[in-house]
Design a protein around this ligand. Sequence first.
Ligand code: FE2
Ligand code: FE2
Length: 325
Amino acid sequence: MNVIPPTQTQYRPIDPKLLGNDFDFAFDLYYKTSVEGHDQFLKFSGKTEQHRDKVRRLIESGDLEEELYVNEQDVVTYYQTVTGTLQAFILDPKIGFEQKAGKVYDLSRNVMQEFFQYQAAPSLLKMAEPVMDMMDQVLSEKSVGFAGLGKILNKDYYTYTHSVNVGLYCLTYATKAGMSPGDIKEMGMGGMLHDAGKVEVPAEIINKDGKLTDVEFAEIKKHPEAGRDMLAGMGCFGEKILQMAYEHHEKYNGVGYPQGLRGDEISLAGRICKVMDVYDALTTRRSYKAPLSPFQALGIMKQGMVVEFDVQILDQFVKMLGEEN
Ligand SMILES: [Fe+2]
Ligand SMILES: [Fe+2]
């Protein structure tokens, strides 16, 4: 992860395409320019009607080469606006599944990238609920299952991409396992937020390619508890979500962390998250390894790693992956 130079910390790049046809937003947009070698942010548009016209023309012209930014204080408002716009988009019967799912996926990743890379305030994580809600609507429209998910997911390894992928796997697993609508949404949110505590681990350790030292690994091991505490502190997330953050590194044979729980001492949500977490990690591209195919990943999980998982969940997942939709 790049360290953001201090001069840029107050402005965040946005994706103007996500604003769609909603020009009625309550934040200023900026563009970047260079003055004597230093970055400066100048106002591109404000909240007046005249300025909205300018943004409308820009978006309609499709000439979106220029990067636009919002002020740090407006980040949450920006994401709320985009979410509102997307709600209408996903209800449009003329638009295809892949296009809808792709947009919600991009938005979800932008939210998590904002959180991890720019260390946005945890309140941004509340966006997990509307985005997983939209994903649930889009995915259930065609009941696409894991086969359909494969068409949307990006397999580059970033903590933010991984977070959203695990969220979508958990959401789909919960749907196929016949959980209640409330539980399905909670499983999706829990998957999306399972690694939230990594925001407190130094980026050099998270992104290190080689083997971690004992000291570095001890730092990594703090993330389940840090995530659970952060999410619990917000007071708006259900029990399953907290369990998924806290227990996704527990292993079924009792040698995981942080608590060393064994078997059914680990919550059902935690056991499901564990399977999805490992599956996404294995099927993801890293700088030092190519992504494994689903077949190869499941082979490893069913052999060398099998003692780490609840075998019933793993078998169920293998079956679901094999289904057409
Ligand atoms: Fe983790
Ligand atoms: Fe993870």
